[in-house]
Design a protein around this ligand. Structure first.
Ligand SMILES: [Zn+2]
Ligand SMILES: [Zn+2]
Length: 312
C-alpha cells in the first residue's frame, strides 16, 4: 500500500518550474457550447501565478487537459466558475471524482455565482453511491466525497484575495433574460490582478459596460467571441427540430448575450486592453482572418486566437 501511495504522490507532482515562472494564462480548452469538436476541449483555463494553479471554468475534459499541461489535480486549490452553463461546469464531476479516487484530497475552494453551492452539492451527492460501495478499498473510505471541498458564492463587485492575487468579479450580460435579473441568472466576468500582470476573463457575456470597466487597463483581455449568423446556420444544419420560433430565440441569445467580432473589438478598445486573446470560439477556421479584420476596425492592440493547451 505504501508503494502505491508513493506512486500516486509522484504522479501528481507539478513541475516546479511551471509554478515559479512569470504569470501565465493557459487556455486548456477553447471550444464553446455543447458541440463536440475533435481536438478542442470545452472551456477551461489555468492561471499560473504567485506559485498557485487556479482553474478558471471547468468544461468537460478539464482534468485531462490539466494533466496534459503537466499540472496535477492536487495542485489546484481554487476553481473559479464564470457561470453555471454546462459547457463551463461539465468537467467538475470528473475533477472531484478523480481527486477522490486517487486520495488527492488537498483542500479546494470552488468560487462561482449564486447557484454554485447547489451545483457542487449535487455532484457530491452523485459521488456518494460509489463512496458507500468502496468496501474493497477500505483504506479509501476514510474520506468522504465532500471532504476538503469549500464553496464561495460571488456577488457583483466582490473581491477575493488568494495570496498575492486579487480577484474581482462583475456580473455581466450573459443569460440575463428580459427583466429577470434574479440572482440565479448571474454570470460573472473575472479580473485577476497578479504580481506584474492584470488578466481579465470575460467568461460568456454580451456587450457590457460593467465588463469594460472591469477590464480597464488590462494587460490581457481573454474574451469570448461568436458570429451569431455563422453559429445559427451551423445549428440549423444539425438540428432539424429548430423551428422558426426557436431559431429566433436562439439567435436573440447569440446576438445579445455573446460577443460578435465587432463587439469584442469595441470592448477591448474601450477598456484600453493591451492584448486580446480570443477563446470560447466557435468560428470556423476559415472565418478567423475575416473576424480578425472585423475586430481590428475598432481595436488597435494585439489580437490572438487561443489554442488548446497554449500559454499566454
Ligand atoms: Zn459557454
Ligand atoms: Zn454560457
Amino acid at each position: 500500500m505504501k508503494r502505491w501511495r508513493h506512486f500516486i504522490v509522484l504522479a501528481l507532482l507539478v513541475p516546479a518550474a511551471a509554478l515559479a515562472a512569470p504569470p501565465q494564462w493557459v487556455t486548456l480548452g477553447t471550444n464553446s457550447g455543447p458541440l463536440v469538436l475533435a481536438g478542442r476541449a470545452q472551456p477551461a483555463n489555468l492561471l499560473l501565478a504567485d506559485g498557485q494553479a487556479i482553474l478558471v471554468d471547468a468544461g468537460d475534459g478539464a482534468s485531462e487537459q490539466l494533466m496534459r499541461f503537466g499540472v496535477g489535480l492536487g495542485q489546484v486549490r481554487a476553481v473559479f466558475l464564470s457561470h453555471l452553463h454546462f459547457d463551463h461546469t461539465g468537467g467538475l464531476f470528473a475533477f472531484f471524482g478523480r481527486r477522490f479516487q486517487t486520495r488527492n484530497l488537498e483542500p479546494v475552494t470552488i468560487y462561482g455565482p449564486p447557484g454554485t453551492q447547489r451545483t457542487v452539492d449535487g455532484l457530491i451527492a452523485a459521488m456518494q453511491p460509489m463512496a458507500d460501495k468502496a468496501d474493497t478499498f477500505a483504506f479509501l473510505t476514510r474520506q468522504q466525497p465532500a471532504d476538503n471541498i469549500t464553496v464561495v458564492e460571488l456577488v457583483d463587485q466582490v473581491t477575493v484575495r488568494l495570496g498575492a492575487i486579487k480577484v474581482t468579479a462583475a456580473v455581466n450580460s450573459h443569460y440575463v433574460l428580459s427583466d429577470d435579473e434574479g440572482e440565479h441568472n448571474h454570470s460573472l466576468s473575472l479580473r485577476f490582478d497578479v504580481p506584474g500582470r492584470t488578466i481579465v476573463y470575460t467568461g460568456d457575456t454580451g456587450p457590457s459596460s460593467k465588463v469594460e470597466k472591469l477590464a480597464q487597463g488590462a494587460d490581457l483581455l481573454v474574451a469570448e467571441i461568436m458570429d451569431p449568423e455563422e453559429s445559427i446556420e451551423r445549428l440549423a444544419q444539425t438540428r432539424s427540430d429548430l423551428n422558426p420560433v426557436a431559431k429566433l430565440a436562439v439567435k436573440r441569445h447569440f446576438t445579445r448575450q455573446h460577443l460578435s467580432p465587432e463587439e469584442v473589438g469595441l470592448m477591448a478598445q474601450r477598456a484600453g486592453a493591451r492584448a486580446l486573446l480570443l477563446t470560447h470560439n466557435a468560428l470556423a477556421p476559415t472565418s478567423l482572418e475575416a473576424a480578425r479584420a472585423r475586430i481590428a476596425r475598432s481595436y488597435t492592440g494585439t489580437i490572438t486566437f487561443a489554442e488548446d493547451l497554449k500559454a499566454y
